[in-house]
Ligand binder design. Structure first.
Ligand code: NCD
Length: 325
């Protein structure tokens, strides 16, 4: 007997007619407001199951290929944990030398190879657009685990899940994104995803690391008010979600430019005195120096909880694309 027979979200048996069965997850542009409600519902069930039984057999016999051409701790291990908590297994490939990948050719051959042996592929790759290229040649679902400075849709979903879990709603919130908004793929995805709601977005960055025009234009077209700043001071008191990012050293073309902007913003208990009491500080992690460790015990520091929510959201996504949710 399945352990999850009482749940409307986690049926027994594979449902090939389910809305997300066989789908790729490449960009947050795919999601509508009702999709988020559904994903969060499944993720909430996953959380309950993990707390109650730990591991269960929803994806027994299914195999995930974790194909990572860039370093990762949280994304790759949470995909692995998600698959294993659902009773499936994982082929981890993180020793690839991407220097031989030109024009995506080798990548497409690699994903075609891996889909012969697995049911779903999670791909992280240094080139923007690589996930879309890979998904196009594949028959099985591909999940974008970060494509260069492009997007990181599963992170944005877990970020949104975090906001919902911590602050209960989206509409009316002021979300301030801070740091490297140019190369930070997590903020590109999150700004797009939040544009489904009635939020106000503030972007705080050095001049050379501003949010790309493409993202600002897309989000603006949804009627979202966006404002740019170079300093946090003025807008911190009105902020409900402060989303801090790491300056993406590895994506700079010029090392001097990195030196000029590294460590430009540091969140610490002193600065946070002017912030609301009911607000949260998020970070996709890894952090370098942008949030001081002496802020970690503040109840508003949500980044470790955020990391845990990632497991439930990735369990939900795997179950959905494999027709089990
Ligand atoms: C982020 C990434 O890889 O884009 N990390 C993550 O997936 N949690 C952020 C970063 O590397 O700074």
């Amino acid at each position: 007997m399945p352990t999850n027979s009482s749940s409307p979200y986690l049926p027994f048996g594979e449902n090939k007619n389910a809305a997300w069965y066989g789908k790729d997850i490449v960009s947050v542009k795919q999601f509508k407001r009702e999709d988020l409600e559904y994903i969060f519902g499944v993720a909430h069930e996953m959380r309950g199951m993990v707390e109650r039984v730990g591991t269960f057999d929803l994806l027994k016999g299914k195999i995930l290929a974790n194909l990572f051409y860039e370093p990762s701790t949280r994304t790759s291990s949470s995909f692995t944990a998600a698959m294993e908590r659902l009773g499936g297994s994982v082929i981890p490939i993180n020793e690839v030398k991407y220097s031989s990948v030109t024009k995506g050719e080798t990548l497409t051959d690699t994903v075609r190879t891996l889909e012969c042996y697995t049911d779903v592929i999670a791909l992280r790759h240094p080139e923007t657009g690589s996930a879309a290229i890979a998904a196009k040649v594949m028959k099985k679902p591909l999940i974008n685990a970060g494509d260069g400075a492009g997007e990181h849709p599963t992170q944005a979903l877990l970020d949104a899940f975090t906001i919902k879990a911590e602050l209960e709603h989206f509409d009316g919130l002021t979300v301030t994104m801070l740091g490297d908004l140019k190369y930070g793929r997590t903020v590109h995805s999150l700004a797009r995803l939040l544009s489904l709601f009635d939020v106000k977005l503030n972007y705080v960055s050095p001049d050379i690391l501003k949010m790309p025009k493409e993202v600002v234009d897309e989000v603006g077209a949804k009627g979202i008010v966006q404002s740019e700043f170079s300093s946090l001071e003025k807008i911190l008191p009105e902020t409900d979600v402060l989303y801090v990012t790491r300056v993406q050293k590895e994506r700079f073309e010029n090392a001097d430019d990195y030196e000029k902007v590294k460590g430009v913003y540091v969140i610490n208990p002193d600065i946070m005195k002017s912030a609301k009491q009911k607000m949260i500080v998020m970070h996709p992690l890894p952090r370098v120096t942008e949030i001081s460790m002496d802020f970690d015990d503040d109840p508003r520091a949500a980044y470790f909880r955020q990391m845990e929510y990632g497991l439930y959201v990735r369990m939900a996504l795997l179950a959905m694309v494999l027709g089990k949710a």
